[in-house]
Unconditional design. Structure first.
Length: 342
């Protein structure tokens, strides 16, 4: 199912959330050739193929031999390890020395660096794998310190505020927003997995100033870690992720809050599956929810409307209506699971 057309079903497609910045790049001439950047809102493979027939594009040839990874939590350390497996040399920096020690001991990185400046020295690409607020805060320094030709890509879960910050950088042409759609409820380098991104989507969000060379490099990075690069815009990314990632996290939390002491003794696998996400890092999710506040609050209210509709039907013992609602949810969920790479 086409993501942009799917989101318009039963809704006002002209409605937009508040804009955190432009993210629709125009094709540019690069030193190594011309590569088309897909139009804003399209969802495409790295080689320009759309998820559905009818469009195409080109790529540039780029080789990433040395990476600087800033932040060695679950995502950063997993990207580092997967890139090492593909032949890249990885140097990393983290404000928590113990994370660097674990990442080094597990073979996820080649070198632990003592500062941000050291970590971005002489690299082909810088990967910012920190909480969103830290990514935004560090962008100006990274843009100043990194070599002029190196790629700068983040892997945050919300894209509009990051893209807005990238747009204002002197080196905006070499920046790309990124988000690998993979993870788990346990964080840190001890949970890192070089196969975490295998066959998973790695969303790439170019700014309006991103060069074709930078986008090609970001595509290569995604492929290096085993993922499927997909290009879209920040607005669409944040709207969809509010429903597919941020809302499930909150529903898991809400279910956890609904439980009474001892309920676990009379539970099966369903409760375990539904509350797994509630174990995620609260501070990480606090930043994600605040950064995507408008989209998340909208998704929550839509979900609450469905829950209230069910509660009302159950209270009235309206069997046919209950069955109809359950069937609607079953059919919609089944259709979207077929689209999911998980």
């Amino acid at each position: 199912m086409d993501v942009r057309s799917a989101r318009c079903q039963g809704r006002n497609c002209g409605r937009r959330g508040r804009s955190h910045g432009r993210s629709a790049p125009a094709p540019e001439r690069s030193p190594v050739g011309r590569a088309s950047i897909p139009p804003a809102g399209s969802l495409r493979h790295a080689d320009g193929r759309a998820e559905h027939p009818g469009s195409g594009g080109g790529t540039n040839s780029v080789t990433l031999r040395r990476l600087g990874v800033i932040g060695t939590g679950l995502i950063g350390a997993s990207i580092a390890g997967a890139a090492r497996r593909s032949g890249a040399r990885v140097q990393a920096f983290d404000l928590a020395p113990e994370r660097l020690e674990i990442a080094t001991a597990r073979g996820m990185i080649d070198e632990a660096r003592a500062s941000l400046e050291d970590a971005v020295e002489a690299v082909d690409a810088v990967v910012l794998a920190m909480p969103i607020a830290a990514i935004i805060h560090s962008l100006p320094a990274v843009d100043t310190l990194a070599a002029p030709g190196s790629l700068i890509v983040d892997v945050g879960s919300v894209k509009r505020p990051v893209l807005e910050s990238m747009e204002g950088l002197p080196g905006a042409r070499r920046t790309v927003g990124g988000h690998p759609i993979a993870g788990r409820e346990t964080g840190g380098p001890a949970s890192a997995d070089i196969d975490l991104f295998r066959d998973k989507p790695f969303v790439l969000v170019p700014t309006s100033r991103t060069s074709s060379t930078a986008l090609a490099a970001a595509r290569e990075l995604a492929e290096m870690v085993g993922a499927r690069p997909l290009v879209t815009d920040a607005e669409l990314h944040d709207e969809v992720l509010a429903r597919t990632s941020h809302l499930p996290q909150l529903l898991s939390t809400a279910l956890g809050l609904t439980l009474e002491p001892g309920d676990g003794r009379l539970s099966g696998s369903g409760l375990h599956d539904m509350t797994r996400l509630a174990s995620s890092d609260p501070e990480v999710w606090r930043d994600i929810l605040i950064a995507n506040d408008d989209r998340v609050s909208e998704a929550l209210r839509r979900c609450l409307a469905h829950l209230n509709r069910l509660a009302d039907a159950i209270e009235r013992r309206a069997g046919e209506e209950i069955a109809r609602i359950l069937t609607e949810g079953k059919d919609r969920a089944a259709a979207e699971r077929m689209e999911s790479p998980a």
